[in-house]
Design a protein. Sequence first.
Length: 180
Amino acid sequence: MLNQGNREAFRLIYERYSEKLAGFAAAKLYDADDAEDVLHDVFARLWSEREQLQITGNLQSYLFSAIRYRIVDKIRRNVTRQEYAGLLLKLEQRYAAADEQLRVREVQEVIAASLKSLPDKTRQIYHLSRQEHLSVAEIAKSMNLSEQTIKNQLTMALKHLKQSTGYTGVVLLVACAWLR
């Protein structure tokens, strides 16, 4: 009767097997929505191909085999999507890291250009403080200058960097740490 397009026969088949098939699919897919999608796919195909169907054995066995194949297809598609999503995430992270490195290099270049415009002694004091990590007392001793002069020169250098680059103190601190 199904082969001849009898809607009542289709409805009876659906009522008789849909609950069992849905339970089977849900147990395999661990997702009620996916199980429902698979179930509807099987019944939609059953109806659309009703005229060509040649079920020689048990209808229940045929339906369980059909839903099993749909479950396998669904799992394959989900795994592929998850792998693809993972790959996209890795690519996004790589591009974000590369973009961040590019921005840091740009900031470093701006700072380096700004430092070149400082007087030689101020630039030397800044270098000893920020790149060599010497204390104010160590710089003062090595350059035979007072500690207050060193502090004044560092303040002047930082003020110059802020004004000439437009960067805040935190950005300068981070970028200068990476200048090494």
